[in-house]
Each structure stands twice: as structure tokens, then as C-alpha cells.
Design a protein around this ligand. Structure first.
Ligand code: MG
Ligand code: MG
Length: 251
């Protein structure tokens, strides 16, 4: 069942989204290549979220042991923060959510650290652009498949692989709700979008094959070929006047 949110409820999700975005900025600014570990970033995320009055959505979710999923380079999603030191030339994926007053928001971003090759920058740009194009389709009367198809077409026309094993999701009082928002598919498929729907659009884009593997820790998803992967995600509300991004710091 897809739960439609009232305007007042979307406003609450907007406030949790604001904390997500602020935390994303503060954590990313703390990265000092050659020094900072993934665990340190997780601790900062936890502190900023908590000091802002929120609760980390991911901490304890199905037993996840940290406040943020953090992955480097070939990690696609669900990386568990550890003692890995971030190096110049890495790409770092931060993904976390916040609960405020019972309402979740969830976002992910990929950061290029120091000097990265042009083709890595291109991977990040295409992934971020695919999210922008997908969000533009989040309008009443469209179907979920129009978001999916738009993201897939943009990513594949740029020569990259779009991950299929993991998808975006509805969000609200729960971190994961209906509907699923795949990053691939046919335009005239899936539920019809209505004002009041809130969901996460989150393309995961691989430099090489779209295929992925899960490591023995049961969480960390990596590219099957060891090449790079990028991930961008926003929580979006469908309104009569079009899509509204809830996970940004400024309006
Ligand atoms: Mg996320
Ligand atoms: Mg998500």
C-alpha cells in the first residue's frame, strides 16, 4: 500500500531532510585525505544528527551497526564504516537517513577526494545528472516507470551500467515503504504517481558491468568487476506543482 502524505507531514519530512543535507555537508567537509577513516566520518554523522534533534535512521536497522553507510571506490552501497583511511583519488559514498518527530528522510552523495581522473569525474556527473532527470519525472499522472526508464536511458547512453539488484523506495513513517523505484524499466509500468507520494530516487551507476556482489559481512555490495560505482539519492515529494526535493539544506 502506498501511503499518501498530507502537506503538514511532508513539511515534517522536509525538516528531517534538512538535517540530512546539513549532516552530509559537514561530514564531507571533514574528509582529510591520508588521515580520515570511515569510522571517524560515521561518528561525525552520528553527532551532527543527534545534536540536531534527530535519530540516525540506519543505526540498528535490520542490525546495521552504524549511523551511515560509507563506501569507497568499488563499493556500491551498504558499506560498513571501518578503519579504512580515505586516500587522495578515492571516491567516497555517504548514505544515511534521519528520523525527526517520527518522519524519515534519506539521501546519498558521492564525493571525489583530491585529484581524480577525468573519467571518474564523468561517472559522478552522469550519475548525479541521471538523478536530476529522474526527479523531473516525479509528477502527478506519470508512472514510476517513467522515472526508471529516464534514469536507465541516460546512464546507459553514457556507456555505464545501472545497478538492478537495489532500487529506490517509498519513505515516510518508515525508512522503506511502497512503491519501489527501480532505476531501470519500461516507461508505462509501475504505479501512477499522485500528489502526496514521497520516495527516494537513488541511481547506483557502475563504470563497468551493472552486476554486483555482496561481501561475506552480509551488507557491503560491490561491483562484480571491481570497477568504480557512484550513488546519488534524494528524498522527493510529488506535489500538484511537481517534484519537491526534501533532502536539501536550502529551499
Ligand atoms: Mg540512502
Ligand atoms: Mg534510500
Amino acid at each position: 500500500m502506498i501511503v499518501l502524505k498530507k502537506e503538514s507531514e511532508i513539511a515534517k519530512m522536509r525538516e528531517s531532510g534538512r538535517i540530512v543535507a546539513k549532516t552530509m555537508r559537514i561530514v564531507s567537509e571533514a574528509i582529510d585525505p591520508g588521515k580520515t577513516t570511515l569510522l571517524e566520518l560515521d561518528a561525525i554523522a552520528n553527532r551532527v544528527i543527534t545534536e540536531s534533534g534527530g535519530i540516525p535512521s540506519f543505526l540498528g536497522y535490520r542490525g546495521f551497526p552504524a549511523s551511515a553507510c560509507i563506501g569507497v571506490n568499488e563499493v556500491v552501497v551498504h558499506g560498513i564504516p571501518d578503519e579504512t583511511v580515505i586516500q587522495d583519488g578515492d571516491i567516497v559514498k555517504l548514505d544515511f537517513g534521519v528520523i525527526l518527530d517520527g518522519w524519515h528522510a534519506d539521501s546519498a552523495w558521492t564525493f571525489a577526494i583530491g585529484t581524480v581522473p577525468e573519467n571518474t569525474k564523468r561517472l559522478l556527473n552522469v550519475t548525479q545528472e541521471s538523478l536530476v532527470h529522474g526527479i523531473a519525472k516525479a509528477r502527478p499522472g506519470n508512472r514510476v516507470g517513467e522515472i526508471s526508464h529516464t534514469v536507465q536511458k541516460y546512464v546507459e547512453s553514457n556507456g555505464y551500467g545501472i545497478v538492478r539488484d537495489l532500487v529506490g523506495h517509498g519513505i515516510g513513517r518508515n525508512l522503506h515503504e511502497e512503491p519501489s523505484i527501480p532505476n531501470f524499466g519500461k516507461p508505462k509500468s509501475g504505479p501512477v504517481l499522485k500528489a502526496g507520494m514521497t520516495f527516494c530516487i537513488e541511481p547506483m551507476v557502475n563504470e563497468g558491468t551493472w552486476k554486483v556482489n555482496t561481501l561475506d559481512d552480509g551488507w557491503t555490495v560491490v561491483t562484480a568487476d571491481g570497477k568504480l560505482s557512484a550513488h546519488f539519492e534524494h528524498t522527493v515529494a510529488v506535489t500538484q506543482s511537481g517534484p519537491v526535493i526534501l533532502t536539501s539544506e536550502v529551499d
